[in-house]
Design a protein around this ligand. Structure first.
Ligand code: TXA
Ligand code: MG
Length: 318
């Protein structure tokens, strides 16, 4: 298994050697490598068993760093970074040739992000290269929100995981790009549509799926646990399969239709932020429940609730 700790020097050394390291961010843990080293980035794809057509996000410490890697930096993109960075937003911009093609899957744009986590900020400050990092999970599975999640699945394949505790947001960054100078949201995430539109005006929302090749990572079946997950509007009205052992992920209170020990409550405090923080951990936990089917209840479709429902939908699509 990998070593887990807070040794920034060890983490930096592995990265300088061209190896991959698990890193914490406010959204989910990433599997990081030197973004300027094509061979190091190739290892990310191998370790995750990720198809090379699915581009990686490049993480940097501040806005000045972004200038080094993008050839066009529109004012609206700057405004977003100034307002929300470090924070859960990725902006897709035309790339400079210093970013290897493998990072962007051959696209001429690159997703740039400034993560909000003290340890990873310190790590980035100690390096003279940016970090390419997808979520640190096998391709298609649930994203990790704790160092132990990374270790459980990728620990055999990497040497070090920087332990930054539990991720505070728990849902990946929101991805924004520009088409004909107009902003487009490609992935719902930790930052809400409203927060983004408040800064740059109305955005087109074009969530990616298999028929939309711009960001192939957003295929319908993603974030999927091994267990069969059925998404319902409300458990109260849902038709439960009584011939099977069932469990549930519920929003704020237990349903009397299912045994309590098989239910996980996303937010007893009725708080969408808390629900987001628990979501991926619960999607992992259901794989350990002694049940055949898990029902998941949609959360209120406001703010970050839209991103939570998006992940629940993808997790329930096989
Ligand atoms: O919160 C996050 O963004 C986390 C942490 C680790 O930073 N990272 C993450 O990476 O979620 P990943 O690889 O799981 O998702 C990256 C997605 C790709 O699947 C793709 O949809 C989109 O970002 N993407 C990356 N580069 C792109 C580009 N040039 N154009 C369009 N979409 C891009
Ligand atoms: Mg991912």
């Amino acid at each position: 298994m990998a070593s887990i700790g807070i040794d920034l020097i060890a983490a930096a050394q592995h990265l300088k050697n061209g190896d991959c390291v698990g890193i914490p961010t406010e959204t989910v843990y990433g599997l990081a490598a030197n973004a300027l080293d094509a061979n190091a980035c190739l290892k990310i794809f191998e370790i995750k068993e990720r198809p090379t057509f699915d581009p990686l996000i490049v993480h940097v410490k501040d806005i000045a760093e972004i200038e080094k890697y993008v050839s066009v930096f529109p004012n609206q993109a700057k405004l977003l970074f100034e307002r929300f960075s470090p924070g859960p937003i990725t902006v897709v911009l035309p790339k400079k040739s210093i970013i290897p093609d493998i990072v962007t899957s051959g696209l001429d744009t690159v997703g740039m992000r400034i993560p909000n986590h003290t340890l990873t900020q310190q790590l980035l400050n100690s390096l003279d290269f940016p970090l390419a990092a997808p979520s640190a999970n096998p391709f298609g599975y649930v994203s990790p929100t704790q160092a132990q999640h990374v270790n459980a699945q990728l620990g055999q394949k990497i040497k070090y995981i920087l332990d930054g505790g539990e991720c505070k947001v728990g849902i990946e960054s929101t991805i924004v790009g520009f088409e004909n100078n107009h902003p487009v949201i490609y992935r719902l995430g930790g930052l809400t549509i409203e927060e983004i539109e408040h800064v740059i005006g109305s955005c087109k929302v074009q969530l990616n799926n298999s028929s939309n090749p711009v960001a192939p990572g957003q295929i319908a079946s993603h974030y999927a646990p091994k267990k069969k997950l059925v998404l319902v509007d409300s458990l109260q009205d849902a038709q439960i399969d009584v011939t099977k052992k069932v469990g549930a992920i519920v929003y704020k209170s237990y349903s009397d239709k299912i045994e309590k020990k098989n239910q996980l409550i996303l937010t007893p405090g009725n708080n969408l932020q808390e629900a987001g923080k628990n979501l991926f951990n619960f999607l992992r936990k259901i794989d350990e429940l002694d049940v055949d089917i898990v029902y998941a209840e949609k959360v209120p479709n406001d703010g970050i609730g839209k991103a939570i429902n998006d992940r629940l939908f993808r997790a329930s699509t096989k």
